[in-house]
Unconditional design. Sequence first.
Length: 641
Amino acid sequence: MREILMNLIRILYTAKQPLTASILANELAVSSRSIRNYVRELNVLSGVELITATGKGYFLNEKEVAQQLLTKSSQQEKQLPQTEAERMYYILEELLKNVPSLNMFDLTERIYISYTTLTNTISAANKYLKKYHLTLQSEKGELYLKGNERNKRRLMSHFLYGKFSSEAISLVYLEDYFGKVTVGLLVRLLKELSKQEDFRINDFAFKNLLLHLGIIIIRNKKGRQIEEKAEPIYYSEKDSSMIEFIISYFRENFAIELSSSELNKIFVLIKSNTNVLLSENQKMLQDIIDDELQRDVNIIAKEVFRSYYFDLNTEEFIAPFAIHIKTLYERIKYNSFIRNPLKESIKSSSPLLFDMAIFISNIISKMKNCQLPEDEVAFIALHLGNVIEKQKDKQEKIETVLVIPDYIDMGNRIQDEILLDFDRHLNVSAVITDQQELIQRSKLPELILTMIELDMFNFLDSTIIRLEPFYGIEQKNKILKQIEELEKKRKKEYILEKMDRFFYEALFFSGEKDQDRNVLLKKMTNKMHKEGLVNVNFYEGVLHREELSSTAFGEVAIPHHVMMDSPETAVAVALSPEGLQWNESSKVKVVFLVAINSHDSHFFHIFYEEIIQLFSNSQVINDISNVDNFELFKRQILEQL
């Protein structure tokens, strides 16, 4: 409500007797005629006869309502926009959600800014609105948001998602924004459709649907429908019955007659945000996963194995992933993608997993002639997570032998307890009863857990932990500490070996500054090509990978080709103490340009994650970025691992 109206209420609220129009006009520095208009406006806005006129003047007829309005105004004042960005969002949200136009002079009073500040904010808003093909325009002192309805809804969606950039959209927030009744009716609609059409909606998609359907309702109630001519969508018989149900539901519950454009929009939203239920019935699965989809999933699994040596062709992965891809194809078809609130978390916590998802998204993009947004890449990473982690655990387990006397089944009991605690880390290949049996083994294990005294001289290459008869918390902590040391030692030895093989002094660039990212990458790539380490198209492939998703993590970047098909595996290093602008949001001080031959994909797995973990420490980054000597650089890396 406008500030001048609130000031009128404040004056009347504290008045001991009725006040004439001329007294009120003098107090507010307006005309008596304006006072009469304000009274009329307040009575309409409050929905009651808030102010009554008598022969003696005006007085508050509904003091309780006036108190509520003043309290609400006070709360709003505390939330007034302070920065230019806040003012811009405030103005745009008002025009999208509440009113068709804003009086510019009233607006300056309401948010306590000068007219000059307002014009500066409008100018900043128009720069921001370019990407939505919208503009803020003033006509006779009124401010309007100009552009087509579809783009206004895109902007509204962006605002709502912007409030939850790093977490899932809250149902409570949606209820507060669209109204509890509206959201409740939409929840009921989706549940009834899910039951009727036999589909499943995950939590992200469910909130996404609620948000977009809420926007459709709020804009329709303001008389703002999508006006463009609808492209024809050919519904199946089953789809037609769903459409009829939606038309009826919106008419009965929201008093909205949906146009063909709005219907198409809702149909696309539902088709691109829902999965068919995963049936255990093989015949039903075959109907859902057709030959083309099966072929595409098989190609993806084959290419992932060829490049990363991870086997995706498992029963637990293929069917759910195929159904996800089927729904993704619907989203590609209608260009209707889902936001993923876990995207940044997945990128930072599981960089290798995200890189594999980028690899898969690149295959899909070529199949469907499109480019997938990072949100969709993150959903693919979620599907990869379990199967990849299980295979990584299997590959990296520590070979272990238990030496336990054969007494009252003690060996089996302790083995079960150790596996319960350390199955992710240890591969217990044998349980034996004496030292001689251990000596006779063709290869000694990395770790020996023993209850009997061993002659250490015979097992110098193994780590030995002495067990007590009763396995408890102290034993558990002792084993865990040793596992951590062994894993750290193993990775350090592995990277030391690979650094000697894959890092070259000729590919070491120190003191880099004031250089464009692509210029630096071109310089590094040219050197690698001259040494015969990369193919002629390596540079273009590296830039393509950056276009898919930035390889910068904090102040370190690990650019690489999407494909692991270089003639040799090699790592070029560039150090910049002052930092290089990598993209709009990242400045990096250390660059590892990685070329991978398919036979060395395991090196990439370990190197990628270890380097990102190592360079999460800003002190390490600062120390290493200032190094100007190749041997010192290698030594510092190994000391920090």
